[in-house]
Design a protein around this ligand. Structure first.
Ligand code: SAM
Length: 420
């Protein structure tokens, strides 16, 4: 019987999986399938492009230790918050303290005379087009809220939790920003009829997230299981050879998503919390695998590609030279990642990669075949390959621009075994 990996009718938001939206998030049931079939309790699991942390949450629930890397600071914040349990009492205490201080400041702002300190607390950070994306009233409240999340005494895990809630009222379908479709790469301007109430939205978000965190706590009883999230580049992992028991990852697609562009409206408010400068953050787009940005002059790569990759690059070259170079860069980047995964994995252990074939300029990009050619050149054997349907309504997926205009709707689950 074929393996059924269609989870369209299942709840994909249980435990902390729904804590924050994320583009191209994986369904938790798929990670669970991989963990249960190809790893065992107590194993060390790696996701080198961890995104919002689906792999880590499932690993914790199923009693596997885990480590996740991502190049994006917001992804690191979300994934470490989702995968580490925090008691509800601790959250409530910190949340109430922040809300009290923010509400007091809002009342003080309505008075005629304001202290300099208050004016400073209510001042927005500087970033381009702030007045276009946020009304003045929303800006004031976001500034005060972020000030008090930053400066109220609490443990850092709880602070992270509050930051995720803060980001969650901006990067969501109905945002406090003047924007819609916000988790996609390009936001569209949306003027709200009434100014969104930042504090009401924050309160609702926190209530929902607390419920999700309590559910996560009930599901992950084993406190000894470790989760580690680190900022890092999957093309060069700071991990010892032959040290990982199982890898599960869903890499970015070729030229389809721009994470820094999708995240900038929230990250702009969280620069000190995330340790980033918004100008530099927006420029980092090109170091993300799959990015459409950056120079695409001819380049000699260290990695070698198979015949499928070469044929796609040649076909595209005749139609759109820049796209052809971008796809070439993407394949070489992924060759580095697959090589790193092979290096850190113990012999005879498994890697699961979830990937979407796509179309660029109406040329089919059979990414699954390209990955398999790379893996087999490294001595990894494809032991299974499943095709599954994606629920485009549930999973935020990129539109395939320049292609057939449809959303990607099927993906491959590729399972490789490292040699002995
Ligand atoms: C499709 S998402 C992963 C989604 C994840 N499986 C989840 O369920 O949330 C791909 C991730 O790869 C990350 N990424 C892109 N280039 C990277 C790199 N060079 N090193 C590490 N992560 C990278 C992106 O920031 C993004 O979070």
């Amino acid at each position: 019987m074929p393996t059924n990996l269609d989870f369209t009718k299942e709840n994909t938001h249980y435990a902390t999986h729904g804590l924050h939206s994320y583009a191209a998030k994986c369904p938790p049931q798929l990670v669970k399938y991989g963990l249960q079939k190809y790893s065992k309790i107590g194993d060390l699991v790696l996701d080198p492009m961890v995104g919002s942390g689906t792999t880590l949450v499932e690993a914790k629930i199923h009693k596997r230790n885990s480590i996740g890397f991502d190049i994006d600071p917001l992804a690191c914040l979300i994934s470490r918050t989702k995968s580490k349990f925090i008691s509800d009492k601790v959250i409530e205490k910190a949340y109430l303290a922040v809300m009290n201080k923010t509400n007091k400041d809002i009342l003080l702002l309505q008075k005629k005379t304001k202290s300099l300190a208050l004016i400073k607390r209510a001042a927005s950070p500087e970033f381009p087009n702030i007045d276009y994306w946020f009304t003045k009233g929303v800006q004031e409240k976001l500034a005060l809220l972020s000030f008090h999340i930053n400066n109220t005494k609490m443990n850092n895990k709880v602070r992270d939790f509050l930051w995720v809630a803060f980001s969650g009222i901006i990067l969501t379908k109905v945002s406090v920003a003047n924007a819609r479709d916000i988790i996609h790469s390009r936001h569209h301007f949306l003027k709200h009829q009434d100014e969104p109430d930042v504090l009401v939205k924050f309160e609702r978000r926190i209530l929902k997230m607390r419920k999700q965190m309590r559910e996560f706590g009930q599901l992950c009883g084993d406190l000894k299981i470790q989760v580690n999230v680190r900022a890092g580049d999957s093309r060069s992992l700071p991990i010892k050879n032959n040290s990982i028991d199982f890898i599960f990852t869903s890499p970015p697609y070729a030229t389809a998503l721009d994470y820094p562009r999708a995240h900038f409206l929230a990250v702009s408010w969280m620069q000190s919390a995330l340790g980033v400068d918004i100008k530099k953050y927006k420029q980092t787009g090109e170091v993300y695998i799959g990015s459409e940005r950056g120079k695409t002059q001819e380049k000699i790569y260290d990695t070698k590609l198979g015949i499928t990759a070469q044929s796609v690059i040649a076909q595209l070259n005749g139609i759109d030279n820049r796209k052809s170079r971008l796809v070439e860069r993407y394949f070489h980047d992924m060759a580095c990642v697959i090589s790193e995964m092979n290096r850190v994995l113990k012999p005879n252990k498994y890697v699961v990669i979830v990937v979407c074939p796509s179309h660029i300029r109406k040329i089919e990009i059979p990414t699954h075949k390209v990955f398999t050619e790379i893996a087999s050149s490294l001595g990894m054997k494809l032991v299974a390959q499943h095709l599954r349907t994606i629920d485009a309504g549930k999973r935020v997926l990129p539109y395939v621009r320049g292609g057939f205009g449809n959303r990607m709707s099927t993906e491959y689950v590729l399972i490789y075994k490292k040699g002995s």
